[in-house]
Design a protein around this ligand. Structure first.
Ligand code: SF4
Length: 342
């Protein structure tokens, strides 16, 4: 029996995920053809299946797309060489990378152009790490733990960058060990761990004294979801990652619990889980409000406007995508509404 569920805010969709979901939804509205998306648009099973059921094919390699396909690149960032191949092969490629991932790519380029070797803290095989290392593969070193920092052999100056979605508890020990090993280590003034990652983690830390268990809603391949679980476990509190209500069958929970969600998990899944838990009380636990907003990719906005003008010219105003969903009013249109409109 669950007594209280602390419903933690902020949770779920961040500004980068909002933007990427809306961008792919717009692509489906303005192009008739199948949209090919490089990597999962965001790391969430429900969202990926939703798009697959609406004429999106996810690919892991440019070889998988036909010539002249319409392509979207995912929120996690794409290495420059892969983006070039997509641009050459497709009729149109729109990049829905999160601006905070782009910031890390710019930092990597800035350091490596100056001859500085970059230590990149991230998860091997994760789409974001693959894209970032692709900025300058010969001059960047991917590390996951302190042991790998110890083994690094770098001549000259070094800089330290990070995947945006790390747990603070995994980032800090590696940062300290790198600073100790490389005396002139350079780092960006503002941390690479993004606002959404740190806000969700500090919110969960804040709620911990009230609960005995934390449920983190999100998919297995979602780095920031796993980071939330790690963060809770590092404080010796039980944490479970759950995809949806089906996973409740495998766990025993009682007493007071907290529920949060990774940055790519839709909120209806959180509420479905709470409904199944049937707690005596739901407590809104608001750690912080978020107001970040990232505009849609510029080329996509221009294309929607162009198509709208074209339809208006031919008196087809009832079909104008801009009129139906308001691309100029994008800030007030949520990713949840975009998904519901498919
Ligand atoms: Fe961008 Fe952070 Fe969201 Fe990743 S988790 S998409 S870096 S805001």
């Amino acid at each position: 029996m669950v007594d209280k569920v602390y419903l933690v805010t902020p949770r779920g969709f961040c500004a980068g995920v909002e933007m990427a979901i809306k961008a792919l939804s717009w692509m489906l509205k303005i192009y008739d053809e199948t949209i090919y998306c490089y990597h999962e648009i965001v790391h969430n099973k429900w969202i990926v299946e939703k798009f697959q059921n609406n004429n999106v094919i996810f690919v892991e390699n440019p070889d998988e797309i036909p010539n002249d396909a319409v392509v979207m690149l995912s929120a996690h960032g794409t290495s420059p060489s892969i983006e070039t191949v997509f641009n050459e092969k497709s009729s149109l490629t729109i990049n829905s990378v999160c601006p905070l991932v782009t910031k890390v790519h710019h930092e990597a380029k800035r350091y490596t152009d100056k001859g500085i070797q970059v230590i990149y803290v991230g998860h091997k095989g994760h789409d974001e790490a693959i894209g970032a290392i692709g900025v300058s593969p010969k001059n960047m070193h991917l590390v996951e733990n302190i042991d790998e920092v110890d083994k690094l052999n770098i001549d000259g100056n070094a800089a330290l960058l990070a995947q945006t979605t790390l747990a603070i508890s995994e980032w800090e020990p590696i940062m300290i060990s790198s600073k100790n090993k490389f005396k002139n280590l350079e780092m960006p003034r503002k941390s690479d761990l993004c606002y959404a990652t740190t806000n969700r983690q500090s919110a969960i830390l804040d709620v911990l004294p009230n609960v005995n268990t934390v449920l983190v809603v999100g998919s297995e391949n979602s780095s920031n979801t796993k980071a939330l679980v790690k963060m809770v476990e590092s404080k010796n509190v039980k944490a479970y990652r759950i995809e949806d209500t089906n996973d409740l069958k495998n766990i025993q929970i009682k007493g007071n619990i907290a529920i949060t969600a990774g940055a790519s998990a839709p909120d209806h899944v959180v509420f479905n889980i709470i409904n199944d838990l049937k707690p005596i009380q739901i407590v809104d636990f608001n750690h912080k409000d978020e107001s970040e907003y990232f505009p849609l990719p510029k080329e996509l906005r221009n294309n929607v406007k162009l198509i709208s003008s074209f339809l208006e010219f031919f008196n087809q105003s009832e079909f104008i995508p801009e009129k139906v969903n308001g691309i100029s009013n994008d800030k007030n249109w949520s990713a949840t509404e975009a998904l519901n409109s498919l």
